[in-house]
Design a binder for this molecule. Structure first.
Ligand code: ZN
Length: 365
């Protein structure tokens, strides 16, 4: 049986939370940094000659300092605890934007093997009465060595639980108010370093007390790059926000079912995907996820979602993507997660969801 990703509890001020994380996960934070530094240097994307990585990281830090100084303190804590420089922690947190710049500027997408499929049911269709959702995390399989289950109990803030890479300040998770978050990669036509980095507003979502405030936090943010977020709550609400530097598209469930892969589909956002960068099979994969949930007996429960995460039926790229599927060796489904807002729980399979047992992790009151 695969071991679950390590659980890490951090408490106290922003700086103390960061420092504790850095100290407890020093090796994993270092590995996160090394993975992305190697990847970004080897892609033909931002290079020392065109977009110096250090300058990009410093620009990112300047924006965080202006927009969310508490997060900057937390990142300084991570750096101190892990014995890295602040700009090295910044690189981990701005890697999505740097990789998107690579996609827009290079013939070959650095992250063409990345994806993630998210899907869920609203309260009317779920067995819990709250919304339920799930996602595969498709990424470099090497990141199984950097993932952690981080419980954040920051002074003066509501606690939350997130499944993240060590050193990343925001990712998928669930908070104490029952707001759940899933995340998919999107390739917009354009990307820049001028807006807010995606992991910053993922963190804002996790710190939101209601789904309406989480949505508002996204809507008022000017994004640097593309990302898709699916939000669910304990009251049964479910919605999807397609984010790009040009704006945000909103998708709502159809007959209680919502699904998303790695291309823009909402009205007004259809042209936001870069056709040449679109991940092959994204449309087929999203349709398959919706088909599974629509055909599942009602009410749809957590076990139905776990089973759907292990589906292999799509020809051009299944929901559960094993290494060697397609041309992207070393990329695939890192893990599968079911988010249960009413239970304040994540059900995590720390490997391919078709063959890896799920473990339930619940946020303490
Ligand atoms: Zn599989």
């Amino acid at each position: 049986m695969a071991l679950l990703f390590p659980g890490v509890l951090v408490e106290g001020s922003s700086y103390e939370c960061g420092r504790s994380l850095g100290e407890q996960c020093r090796d994993r934070v270092h590995l996160s940094y090394e993975i992305y530094l190697r990847l970004l240097r080897g892609t033909g994307g931002p290079s020392p000659a065109r977009t110096p990585l250090a300058a990009a990281c410093l620009g990112f830090l300047d924006r965080v300092r202006r927009e969310d100084p508490a997060l900057l303190k937390e990142m300084q804590g991570i750096a101190d605890g892990a014995r890295l420089a602040l700009h090295q922690v910044a690189l981990i947190n701005v890697r999505s934007e740097l990789m998107s710049l690579s996609c827009c500027g290079a013939r070959r997408s650095v992250s063409a093997g990345a994806g993630c499929t998210s899907f869920g049911v609203s309260g009317e269709a779920s067995s819990t009465g709250g919304a339920l959702m799930a996602q595969t995390w498709d990424w470099m399989l090497a990141c199984r060595q950097t993932l952690i289950l981080q419980e954040v109990r920051k002074a003066g803030a509501r606690p939350f639980l997130m499944l993240t890479e060590a050193g990343l300040i925001g990712k998928l998770g669930i908070n104490a108010d029952g707001i759940g978050l899933c995340v998919n990669f999107l390739h917009p036509r354009q990307a820049s370093l001028e807006g807010t980095a995606s992991h910053v507003y993922l963190r804002r979502i996790l710190e939101s007390p209601t789904i309406a405030l989480a949505r508002a936090a996204v809507m008022r943010t000017r994004a640097s790059a593309g990302i898709n977020v699916m939000l669910a709550d304990a009251a049964g609400h479910l919605l999807d926000l397609e984010i790009s530097p040009c704006g945000v598209g909103v998708l709502l469930p159809c007959r209680g079912v919502l699904k998303h892969a790695n291309h823009y589909v909402s009205a007004g956002m259809n042209g936001a995907s870069s056709a040449t960068r679109q991940i092959p099979g994204s449309g087929e994969r999203a349709r398959r996820a919706g088909q599974i949930l629509s055909q599942s007996p009602r009410p749809v429960g957590i076990e139905n979602l776990k089973k759907a995460l292990g589906d292999h039926q799509c020809q051009r790229g299944p929901i559960c993507a094993h290494a060697g599927c397609g041309p992207w060796q070393g990329w695939g489904t890192v893990c599968g997660v079911v988010v249960d807002p009413r239970g304040r729980s994540l059900h995590v399979a720390p490997g391919f969801p078709c063959e890896t047992p799920f473990s339930q992790v619940t946020l303490r009151p």
